[in-house]
Design a protein around this ligand. Structure first.
Ligand SMILES: Cc1cc2nc3c(=O)[nH]c(=O)nc-3n(C[C@H](O)[C@H](O)[C@H](O)COP(=O)(O)OP(=O)(O)OC[C@H]3O[C@@H](n4cnc5c(N)ncnc54)[C@H](O)[C@@H]3O)c2cc1C
Length: 475
């Protein structure tokens, strides 16, 4: 029996899709930049069926590519153009919220749950699942765990790794490892869940998770601020941290070009302030106290900063609708950039104190390669995570194509990532490695680290069936 026939007998004909109309959407990435053929799309209904799929693929020597919401920004979730076509394994049928324990502050969910559904279910129980990002309406909890996603609330709540207490994972031999602990303390040897968090589908299939919940903030104060420089933004961040401490839940920065692209390309988005400022910052405080007190606290910080010449303009959201509108602008950056042209997204993090030097150095480095090249900056400033994006309009990118576009893109990425490395930073802060950053792994990772990672991969997936050609460069 061939692999498709065997999968069909194991999980049912309606769960094994081969029609081009079913495969089109899952074989091309969110930006439409990467695509490759798949043998079929398998949609198991439970962990036992996931194990059946994995065993069957292992027997036939067919790669398994787990796919969540397919929102990866580094080509991690779609097949390669070359090499054996994989079975794409989708967990969209496994989307139950199994249980919420508001006393223990935990929830157990299946991996196919969309992130926004997880947030809503937690909120309905008066709790917060804090991981939040622009793709939350379509990315799955399994995908966010597999990539250790960051987003806009890391400075207060940590990244995904810090919000996962337990996992259920299907291993390469089909064993279902149930590690769905809901414990804050559990020193019983190696903490295996951390191997799978951030492993990008290369070590096992995450089928369920126990997540850490937090008190649901009932009050928010949000401001949009125009500033002259990243240095000023950093000074303001330090002041807000000193005065508001744990109430600071987001501090996001974009440059003028990014704001213009959002306003110009995403219907309904407007600049929250009338300002010619080159840098724009969104600040959020949240708490369970009085909303007016929180507004007053943020307003006082901004008035002092204005008096000291740190900012040129600011607007404090006066209603839930205004708060939502400010966040909509921030969350629309990827959509705007996709519509506006070709942005070569990088994903660096540097020590906070080095962010201004990084932005200046990366700008100089890319303009040494392409004079006057526009650059987009989107920073989760509170985390030192800067998406520095050399940007081409579609026409400019076509013109650049007379040379070798791939080589140009690689040279620009290296120029940016070299600057991060010089400042003791990383080339991959939150999106993962996927296929886009494979060359960077080879370029920046110490050989001892790569050797350890290969040893882990060999131990957990000796046949190399899980997501081959991703995360680990050829050794
Ligand atoms: C508009 C937009 C905004 C974004 N903003 C952010 C941001 O602020 N911060 C951030 O960190 N990322 C961001 N991203 C990137 C992306 O949303 C995240 O990486 C997200 O975590 C991917 O989830 P997904 O379900 O779409 O996974 P996919 O893209 O489908 O897969 C990502 C990787 O995880 C693996 N995988 C998926 N599910 C499983 C599973 N169940 N078991 C094992 N492996 C699995 C895949 O094989 C692949 O390697 C953004 C993307 C978009 C499009």
């Amino acid at each position: 029996m061939d692999v498709i026939a065997e999968l069909t007998s194991l999980i049912g004909a309606d769960a094994v899709l081969t029609a081009p109309s079913d495969l089109d959407a899952v074989t091309e990435d969110w930006r439409g930049r990467y695509r490759g053929p798949a043998l079929c799309l398998a949609r198991p209904a439970n962990a036992g069926q996931v194990a059946d799929v994995v065993r069957c693929c292992a027997k036939h020597g067919v790669p398994v590519l787990p796919q969540g919401g397919n929102t990866s920004l580094c080509g991690g979730a779609v097949p390669s153009e070359t090499g054996p076509a994989p079975v794409i394994l989708s967990l969209t049928r496994m989307r139950a919220v199994r249980a919420i324990d508001p006393v223990n502050n935990t929830m157990e969910v299946e991996a196919g749950c969309v992130l926004a559904t997880v947030q809503e279910a937690a909120a309905a129980a008066g709790r917060l699942y804090p991981v939040s990002l622009g793709a939350e309406g379509s990315c799955q909890i399994g995908g966010t765990i597999a990539t250790n996603a960051g987003g806009t609330s890391v400075l207060r709540y940590g990244n995904t790794r810090e919000n996962v207490l337990g996992l259920e994972v299907v291993l390469a031999d089909g064993t279902v490892w149930s590690g769905l602990y809901g414990l804050r303390k559990n020193n019983t040897g190696y903490d295996l869940k951390h191997l799978f968090i951030g492993s990008e589908g290369t070590l096992g299939i995450i089928t369920a998770a126990t997540l850490k919940l937090h008190p649901l903030p009932t009050r928010h104060a949000v401001a949009w601020v125009g500033m002259a420089s990243p240095e000023d933004a950093l000074t303001l961040l330090t002041r807000v941290q000193e005065r508001s401490a744990a109430r600071l839940s987001a501090f996001e920065m974009i440059n003028r070009l990014q704001l213009d692209l959002v306003v110009g390309h995403v219907p309904g988005r407007r600049s929250p302030i009338e300002s010619e400022a080159d840098w724009h910052v969104l600040i959020e405080l949240s708490d369970n106290g009085s909303g007016e007190a929180l507004d007053a606290e943020l307003q006082a910080i901004l008035e002092d900063a204005f008096a000291d010449g740190l900012l040129s303009d600011a607007a404090l959201a006066a209603s839930e609708a205004q708060r939502h509108a400010m966040w909509e602008v921030r969350h629309s950056v990827s959509e705007a950039n996709k519509k506006a042209g070709v942005g070569l997204t990088t994903d660096c993090a540097v020590p906070l104190s080095a962010v201004p030097a990084f932005i200046a150095g990366a700008t100089a480095a890319v303009r040494a390669l392409v004079p006057d090249l526009p650059v987009i900056v989107v920073a989760h400033l509170g985390d030192g995570n800067v998406h520095f994006i050399p940007f081409f309009t579609f026409d400019a990118w076509e013109a650049a194509a007379s040379g070798d576009r791939d080589a140009l893109a690689a040279a620009l990425r290296h120029a940016v990532n070299d600057e991060a490395a010089r400042l003791k930073g990383t080339f991959s802060a939150e999106h993962g490695v996927g296929r886009v950053q494979l060359a960077e792994m080879a370029r920046y990772k110490a050989s001892a680290e790569l050797a350890l990672m290969r040893a882990v991969k060999q131990a957990l997936d000796p046949q190399n069936i899980f997501n081959p050609g991703r995360l680990l460069p050829p050794g």
